[in-house]
Unconditional design. Structure first.
Ligand SMILES: [Zn+2]
Length: 444
């Protein structure tokens, strides 16, 4: 064996939801070879590297189902606005003036470091220069479903749709087959990409097998305008043009009808719920209890750090569980176990990766996270899911393993340099302030 993680409580998230108190996980060639009681695993296997997890909990790597990772550099740039105003007055102009390949690399490294520190081992991204994000992710040892953006106006890396389609063609060809990267195509939304271009995206995905990452039905306004201009809701419209299938990963889905949920289930569309982003932009409350009741593949995401303002899945789990309780005035909806599922195995289903990640099972990729279980905020401990979702913080994550490689040990990042990352990000802050005029920003 290459690695054995030993001695902790193993929360497998397998079909039977087995939990091994005093368990162990054996890893070889980036995959899980065995998971079970410590004595059993150690009787059968020896490894050259040991991670001691005694008194801690070993969980499947956390999945951030939706983000725009370089937007960490816009964290806190414009807050407390609605989506349209935030996008058109602040984010699109700031992006037009600042996004370069260097910006994307610096922002990606910042986001990757933040995610690894919080136990995220897979993220699903949509941005520009996605090839550079793939490169930074591989260097950091992070797994990613990475979608190059298609949008009907000139952006930093591609000025026209033919340019963007050519970019994504070579991007997908380059990264397909990499053990960490699943290259994808990411049409921004049905209101920013034409029908013709959406159809071309679907043809591209059918030909290459690349997943499609997109935003669907994020706000009521999007639904109303779609009804006005297209005579159909966004989901209805996308279905009518043959866009939806089991390679689509749809962020938000805040405003679907009951029939549309059935349609998404039938078509196998993955859904990513972003509770904090939806709350902060006042986009609405997605019908997550209904999605769970219908067993839809729904995961959790942070969305970009400009609208959240962090990449912390522990907060999203906690928020998801609580938001739906207060909204439905029913404390029984979205249990701690269900929220944890959404960040692990159900999140893997949302990304169409449930055969590879999302649980600690023989044959799956070795994405494992060791979390403290004895911090003050976790003491005493009665129920593992309740402790993880309601009491555990990102700072309780101790050690992170992705594809069998230790990328953080005892809270020290092994593949990224925190101090350099922070210095680079602060340099960009100066540039961004100058580019949009300092008057909208707080004093230094
Ligand atoms: Zn988004």
């Amino acid at each position: 064996m290459d690695l054995i993680v030993r001695g902790g409580t193993v929360v497998t998230m397998d079909g039977a939801r087995r939990v091994f108190e005093n368990g162990a996980v054996a890893v070889k060639g980036g995959r899980i070879i065995a998971a079970g009681p410590l004595a059993e695993v150690e009787r059968t296997y020896v490894a050259r590297e040991i991670v001691n997890a005694g008194g801690k909990v070993i969980i499947p790597g956390i999945i951030n189902g939706h983000t725009h990772v370089p937007m960490t550099l816009f964290r806190g740039l414009a807050d407390d606005l609605d989506l349209q105003e935030w996008l058109t007055k602040y984010i699109f102009p700031a992006e037009a003036k600042n996004v370069t390949e260097e910006f994307v690399r610096v922002g990606a490294r910042l986001g990757l470091a933040e995610m690894i520190r919080g136990g995220t081992t897979t993220f699903c991204d949509m941005y520009y220069f996605e090839d550079a994000i793939a490169d930074e992710s591989v260097k950091a040892g992070m797994r990613g479903v990475l979608g190059e953006t298609i949008i009907d106006f000139p952006v930093a890396d591609n000025k026209t749709n033919p340019e963007a389609m050519a970019y994504v063609e070579s991007f997908v060809k380059k990264w397909q087959g990499n053990p960490l990267i699943i290259p994808a195509i990411a049409p921004h939304a049905p209101y920013t990409v034409s029908e013709e271009h959406l159809k071309a995206v679907r043809v591209f995905s059918d030909r290459t097998g690349a997943p499609i990452v997109t935003h669907i039905s994020e706000t009521k306004r999007e639904v109303d305008e779609s009804l006005k201009t297209k005579g159909a809701t966004p989901i209805d419209y996308l279905n009518r043009i043959g866009f939806l299938n089991n390679r689509v990963i749809a962020a938000h889905v805040v405003w679907p009808s009951e029939e549309e949920l059935g349609l998404l289930k039938k078509l196998g569309v993955g859904i990513v719920h972003n509770p904090q982003s939806n709350m902060k932009l006042a986009s609405g409350v997605a019908p997550v209890p209904e999605m769970l009741k219908e067993d839809l593949p729904v995961g959790l995401g942070t969305d970009g750090a400009a609208s959240n303002n962090d990449l912390n899945l522990w907060e999203e789990m906690d928020t998801a569980a609580k938001l739906h309780k207060v909204f439905s005035r029913d404390p029984k909806v979205v249990s701690a176990e269900e929220a944890f599922e959404m960040a692990t195995i159900r999140g893997a289903r949302a990304l169409h990766l449930e055969k590879e990640i999302g649980s600690i099972e023989k044959g799956k990729r070795a994405d494992l996270v060791v979390v403290d279980l004895d911090d003050l905020n976790q003491t005493p401990y009665y129920n593992i899911y309740s402790d993880l979702v309601y009491a555990t913080k990102a700072a309780d994550v101790r050690t992170v393993i992705i594809e069998g490689r230790v990328v953080m040990r005892d809270r020290r990042l092994l593949t990224l340099n925190e101090e350099t990352i922070k210095a680079d990000a602060r340099r960009f802050r100066e540039r961004i302030i100058r580019s949009i005029g300092a008057k909208t920003l707080p004093e230094d």
